[in-house]
Ligand binder design. Structure first.
Ligand code: ADP
Ligand code: MG
Length: 330
């Protein structure tokens, strides 16, 4: 039978794959969370995730140094381990590189960046694969972590009445990307914003502390922007949320350089690699020594399903049009 051909987005494709492989084996968390969760027989669970960076879609080789690329490829993956509240076990690195990059000056710097972040966060490199690419470069990293049985924080665990919280500062990375693509204004601390874009910090330590705190429920990392990522959490949990845009944690550097776009960058920009989680009042109190900000509440589902209600949205931003970064969009 011939089927009508039509173009689809990243998340629709994942949904279609999930329909073909609807169920993970009993006891395993499969497609749909930041990591899969696989029980071990010794009271631990292994969490695993894989993510790919492709030249042209995720990076432009003339705009990023090999050191930064090595760091960032690992950071975006380590962040998914943090999202589960897990501790590091190790990583695997698969490289498809065109001939022009197969020279020691480039590869040594790439490996140095990958090594520095791996050493800093305690991820030994355990293997990988290497091949020549006839097209652009692609970098695929697989990471493994572990949690005590039942302690993994899934996207579907949000409870009505929870506080919605974020670690760190949001929107800096998107501002850094804007500088890369469009140049910096005079009011801009470009070094800071570019550093946040090129050398992001995965919240491994914070993820483990937050994950171990009584009353913390759902957790995920913010890789595509809250406007998109939070929607995944709400759908998985069958709840709604409200975000107070005036409470979003924004750096002074972001506010100085982009006073009118800071909130948009925080909601829709990608690659912050902060953590988004839901928690009871007691858990929020217990986490007061960490850089954690309450940005909203988990509510019941609205009439149209798992909606986000934005409070204090700046003029000119339309809540219906807010979306995160989508690599399939041109
Ligand atoms: P993240 O941003 O946390 O890496 P993604 O949005 O990339 O998550 O993926 C969402 C979920 O879909 C994850 O559970 C991931 O494992 C799964 N997924 C993504 N692409 C595929 C694929 N091609 N086949 C199977 N599962 C996939
Ligand atoms: Mg993730």
């Amino acid at each position: 039978m011939t089927q009508e051909k039509r173009h689809i987005g990243e998340f629709e494709l994942i949904d279609r794959i999930k329909t073909v492989f609807p169920q993970a084996p009993v006891g395993i968390v499969g497609i749909g969370d930041d990591c899969a969760v696989v029980p071990q027989c010794d009271g631990w669970e292994t969490v695993v995730s894989t993510d790919m960076l492709v030249e042209g879609s995720h990076f432009l080789l003339d705009k990023i140094t090999p050191y930064q690329l090595g760091w960032k490829a690992a950071a975006s993956n380590f962040s998914d381990i943090a999202a589960m509240g897990a501790e590091p076990v190790g990583s695997f690195l698969a490289l498809g590189l065109p001939q022009r990059l197969l020279q020691t000056e480039w590869t040594d710097e790439f490996i140095r960046g990958y090594k520095d972040i791996s050493a800093r966060f305690g991820f030994p490199l355990l293997g990988g694969d290497t091949t020549r690419s006839e097209g652009g470069a692609s970098i695929c990293v697989t990471v493994m972590g572990r949690v005590r049985k039942g302690d993994a924080h899934l996207r579907g665990m949000a409870q009505i009445g929870d506080y919605l919280c974020a670690t760190g500062l949001l929107g800096d990375s998107a501002a850094g990307l804007d500088i890369v693509l469009n140049g910096a204004s005079e009011a801009c601390d470009a070094d800071y914003l570019l550093g946040r874009h090129y050398l992001p910090t995965p919240r491994i330590r914070e993820g483990m502390i937050i994950g171990a705190t009584q009353g913390v429920h759902a957790m995920m990392d913010i890789s595509d922007g809250i406007a998109s990522d939070l929607r995944h959490m709400l759908r998985a949990s069958g709840v709604g949320a409200e975000i107070d845009c005036r409470a979003l944690p924004l750096s002074k550097q972001l506010l100085a350089a982009y006073p009118e776009r800071a909130v948009e960058f925080a909601l829709c920009g990608g690659e912050d690699y902060e953590l988004l989680f839901t928690a009871s009042q007691g858990a929020v109190d217990a986490l007061k020594d960490l850089p954690v900000t309450v940005i909203g509440r988990i509510t019941e589902c609205g009439p149209e399903g798992a909606e986000i209600k934005y409070i204090g949205l700046p003029e000119g931003l339309d809540s219906k049009k807010l979306c995160g970064y989508d690599h399939f969009k041109k």
